[in-house]
Ligand binder design. Structure first.
Ligand SMILES: *Cc1c(COP(=O)(O)O)cnc(C)c1O
Length: 452
């Protein structure tokens, strides 16, 4: 047996992969051996374009010299020491930089290792904030239908993607789920009306229940894992205003949308929103190492500050929190945003792909193309006129993505939505190549499925 096949056999024997039916993996195994720029190479030597930024993380491509060097330099000092009751140099410097680049009111950085943890922390902080202030009736959370905030039990309790979450219902705490202003699937023609109805629904809930609501949690400007649903203009701003009016904390989850993904450093900048808490992860280290953070306002921080015996302390932490190697990577990553003017190039690239993606409209089964910055979802439907979906069991998104893999590009679907999330540094030429592959894969896959 050659070495590559040996790895494949071992992977089938011992691994259990996240969000993966292992029966599918056995049929189509994939082991990445190397990466360079926007290309990944598997153990057989086949090259793929990284069309999903290695699950929405990667920013500058793989093996970016500046980040590699920053990690090596940090390795020669120390790899990890704890943040419990102490700190380290890169974590301290990164905190200062994060406060600089996030909305003005956010002044405190609580580190963790993944987006879901950052969300758990935001939820527990919001909950304890009201207790510490003596408003212990405020315990509930409000989220949007189809919202996604990670996979730990707290995070799924404020999540609302049925296929991921239904099985765990008995395990979850209750939260209020409000309608999301979906542009593609609603009976009304005017999105402005839909938005206003959704805001009214929130206001009615707040008016009635604000005494028991701790916080509203929402993704920034676009629902990611819920299907790439872009929020109408003014919706997030409207929520911010309602939260202020009814004394409810606003948590914006920027795990997917942060670090330039939507064409602004953080998506809240599109509407000048200042959340009380903000979660960040994915792009923070350029896709290198597991660092996440929950940013808070000074108002939230102060509610926890006092003598130990007042029992206001936030008793929460993870072993690897504030890891030096990760923070060093994040610092090098942030330097590159300035040096390579990433945010402006993202805006140009977003315009470029918006135009190129138009050519997908001509395909018979492309129902909707949704985009914000370099976050794209292409929804495949059986019937474009009626928007009738393909039968669930056809797994059209899954097969389209497998076909893309054949053709030399990797991504992951969200149900019948094909996701396109290239690294921010992808060149115009590479972007065009990726879209060509995506179009070809969708065409071939849907033709086969649509034929009786
Ligand atoms: C990916 C994601 C998370 C979870 O982050 P992990 O690092 O995978 O735990 C949370 N919220 C949003 C919006 C995400 O896209």
């Amino acid at each position: 047996m050659n070495e590559a096949n040996n790895w494949v056999e071992k992977s089938k024997k011992h691994l259990w992969l996240p969000f993966t039916q292992m029966k599918d993996y056995e049929e189509n195994p994939l082991i990445i051996a190397e990466g360079e720029g926007v290309y990944l190479t598997d153990v057989h030597g086949k090259k793929y374009l990284d069309g999903y930024s290695s699950l929405w993380l990667n920013v500058h491509g793989h093996r970016k010299r500046e980040i590699d060097e920053a990690i090596i330099e940090q390795l020669q000092k120390i790899s990890h020491s704890t943040l419990l009751g102490a700190t380290n140099i890169p974590a301290t410097e990164l905190a200062e930089k994060l406060v600089e680049i996030t909305p003005e009111n956010l002044t405190r950085v609580f580190y963790s290792d993944s987006g879901a943890e950052a969300v758990e922390i935001a939820l527990k902080l919001a909950f304890q904030y009201w207790r510490n202030l003596g408003h212990s009736s405020k315990q509930k959370f409000v989220t949007t239908k189809n919202g996604y905030h990670g996979d730990t039990v707290g995070a799924i309790s404020v999540g609302a993607v049925d296929i991921f979450h239904t099985v765990y219902h008995p395990l979850m705490f209750d939260s209020y789920k409000v309608s999301f202003p979906n542009a593609y699937r609603n009976e009304h023609s005017d999105l402005e009306d839909v938005k206003n109805e959704c805001l009214l629904e929130i206001e009615q809930l707040f008016a009635e229940k604000h005494e028991e609501i701790a916080a509203f949690i929402i993704e920034g400007m676009i629902q990611g894992a819920g299907g790439m649903n872009v929020m109408p203009d003014g919706y997030l701003k409207g929520i911010e205003q309602l939260c202020k009016k009814y004394n409810i904390l606003l948590i914006v989850d920027e795990v997917a949308t942060g670090f330039g993904r939507t064409g602004k450093m953080f998506s809240v900048e599109h509407e000048n929103v200042q959340p009380d808490l903000m979660t960040i992860a994915k792009g923070i280290t350029g896709g290198y190492l597991p660092i996440a953070a929950t940013m808070t306002s000074e108002k939230v921080y102060e509610a926890f500050y006092g003598d130990y015996t007042e029992l206001k302390t936030f008793f929460h932490g993870h072993s690897y929190t504030g890891n030096q190697l990760g923070c060093a990577a994040a610092l090098a990553n942030l330097e590159l945003y300035k040096k390579e003017d990433i945010i402006n190039t993202v805006q140009n690239k977003a315009d470029f792909i918006a135009e190129k993606l138009q050519s997908l409209q001509e395909l018979e089964h492309v129902g909707d193309i949704r985009q914000l910055g370099l976050m794209v979802g292409v929804e495949l439907v059986k019937d474009k006129e009626t928007k009738e979906p393909f039968p669930w069991g056809d797994r059209v998104g899954y097969y389209a993505t497998l076909k893309m893999r054949d053709l030399g590009m990797l991504s992951r679907p969200l149900g019948d939505v094909v996701v396109f999330m290239p690294p921010l540094a992808t060149t115009f030429e590479e972007l065009e190549q990726m879209i060509t592959i995506m179009k070809q894969a969708i065409k071939e896959t849907t033709e086969v499925l649509a034929t009786p």
